[in-house]
Design a protein around this ligand. Sequence first.
Ligand code: ATP
Ligand code: MG
Length: 298
Amino acid sequence: MKNLIKKARRLAKPFRVTDDGFRLKDIKPDDTLEFTSEDKPRAKEALAMGVDLLAELQDMLYAQDRWAVLLIFQAMDAAGKDGAIKHVMSGVNPQGCQVYSFKAPSSEDLDHDFLWRCIKCMPERGRIGIFNRSYYEETLVVRVHPDFLEKQKLPPELVTKDIWKERFQDIRSFERYLTRNGVVIRKFFLHVSNKEQKKRFLERIQEPEKNWKFSANDAKEREHWDDYMEAYEDMIQNTATKNAPWYVVPADNKWFTRVVVAAAVIEALSSLNLHYPEVNDEKLKELARAKRALNSGK
Ligand code: ATP
Ligand code: MG
């Protein structure tokens, strides 16, 4: 277990961002570190071991019932968010895990502050909460498409040129608040290249069983690619902190993406010194009494 945790730490480290010195161009979407596509079967094996380890750690997290873990996934379409969530969390007990997908806001959402709908979905202690998209969309799609901001019914004098800076500030404060309350936050940007996204869209069009995944609107969003990349970079620079780091994970190779995400989650859980609750004398006596009763009865 210790060895696996050490390996996970090493694997996740190159992609962890904890301050504002980050540049998007420093992470290549097709990076696979020292692994080549020939290592794919080994990567799958490593993922399977990682999934088992995660299940063990999650069991202790649940039993201990002190920490909550919040995993946030952001990415361009077809970067593999759904697949990464599915594979990495495949071994954990569904009772200990809560997944929420945030799509375009409802009219009820728009009648509230921008964090409102996400605050309602925060993980309970002992659980792992997963946000498939999140309040970070408020600095991404809403920034790229100003008409979304208009729909938010904010008092006009509050919408100034500083609005994004203010949102970053508010998000940092919110995440600091959560951290101080025992919520462990890890954020993932699955970084796919423009070229690979095009290839995946074409597959969705060409392969009948993938047709359902294709949306003409997703393909249209490609026109705003550069604006999105700028928004992502600015967002990561402004919201990456020691306690709530971003992981910018190369996403052109799904097998690699999943291993890195699993490694980062293992790292987060293993840093919590998790253990099963200790049994006190009273409980030991109760167990002994129950054993005697069971043994003496039929
Ligand atoms: P998939 O397409 O794999 O089912 P998805 O996360 O892309 O998953 P969609 O049904 O396409 O799901 O809906 C997500 C859309 O909602 C995205 O285009 C996203 O930008 C948009 N969205 C999410 N949050 C907001 C927000 N706060 N304001 C406006 N649009 C948002
Ligand atoms: Mg979509």
